[in-house]
Design a protein around this ligand. Structure first.
Ligand code: BEZ
Length: 211
C-alpha cells in the first residue's frame, strides 16, 4: 500500500555502506531524508550522492540524517563510493542501503513497474523526529533532484511545526510567511508581535519569526 503523508515511516533492517541498520533505531531523535537511486555506477545518481554529501552541514543544522538506497549489492556500493569520492570531490558521509533483496524498495513502493520493473525510481521521503512521513516525492530516473528544494521544504516544515504559519509559493528562509486561516486577527496580534498585513481576510502575511 502506498505510503501517505502522516503515516509512520515503516521500519526495516537492511545492509548499508555503514553496516547493518535498523531504521528507527538509526533515526533516533532526528529527522530523516530517505531517497532511492535507480542503479549503482550511473551518472545522475553519482552527482546526486556527491551533492547530498556536500550539503552535510546544512542537513546537520536542521537535525536531519540522510540515507540513500540502491538495489545493487554492497560490494558494488563500495566500489561506486570510491568513484563518487574521486569525481565529486567528497566522500559519502551517510549510509547507502544495499537493497538487493528489495526489502526497503518494496516496503516504500520505490519500484514503479510501468516505468521500469527492476530499478527504483527517484523517491524521496522526508520523515520527522516522530517518524511521521511529511513529504513524498517521485522523480524519473533521468532527472536529478534539487536538494536545495528539499532543504527549503524542511525549513518550511520545521517553521510551521512551531508557529501557526504556512509558507507561500517559492518561499525562502527569511521571507514573509502566511498566517493560517484558523488564527483570528486578535490572536495574530498576540502571536506575531512584528505585525501582519491583511491583503484579504484569508490572506495575511507576517515577517518570519526568528525562532
Ligand atoms: C543515472 O543515474 O544517470 C540514470 C539512471 C537510470 C536511468 C537513467 C539515468
Amino acid at each position: 500500500m502506498a505510503i501517505r503523508l502522516g503515516d509512520i515511516a515503516p521500519d526495516f533492517t537492511q545492509e548499508s555502506t555503514e553496516g547493518t541498520i535498523n531504521f528507527h533505531e538509526w533515526a533516533g531523535a532526528s529527522w530523516v531524508i530517505l531517497f532511492s537511486h535507480p542503479k549503482d555506477y550511473t551518472p545522475v545518481c553519482t552527482t546526486e550522492l556527491g551533492t547530498v554529501a556536500r550539503l552535510k552541514d546544512e542537513f546537520d543544522r536542521r537535525n536531519v540524517k540522510c540515507m540513500g538506497l540502491s538495489v545493487d549489492p554492497i560490494e558494488d556500493h563500495h566500489g561506486w563510493a570510491s568513484d563518487i569520492e574521486e569525481t565529486q570531490g567528497t566522500a559519502l558521509n551517510f549510509p547507502l542501503l544495499a537493497d538487493a533483496d528489495r526489502t526497503v524498495s518494496d516496503l516504500y513502493d520505490m519500484i514503479h513497474p510501468n516505468a521500469n520493473d527492476t530499478l527504483t525510481v527517484r523517491s524521496v521521503f522526508i520523515i520527522d523526529s516522530n517518524r511521521k512521513v511529511r513529504l513524498t516525492l517521485t522523480y524519473p530516473a533521468s532527472t536529478g533532484r534539487n536538494f536545495d528544494e528539499l532543504l527549503r521544504v524542511i525549513d518550511s516544515l520545521q517553521l510551521t511545526d512551531s508557529h501557526k504559519l504556512a509558507t507561500p509559493a517559492n518561499w525562502q528562509h527569511g521571507d514573509d510567511c502566511i498566517i493560517v486561516p484558523s488564527v483570528t486577527n486578535e490572536e495574530a496580534q498576540e502571536l506575531f508581535p512584528a505585525g501582519f498585513t491583511e491583503i484579504k481576510p484569508y490572506l495575511r502575511t507576517t515577517p518570519q519569526p526568528s525562532a
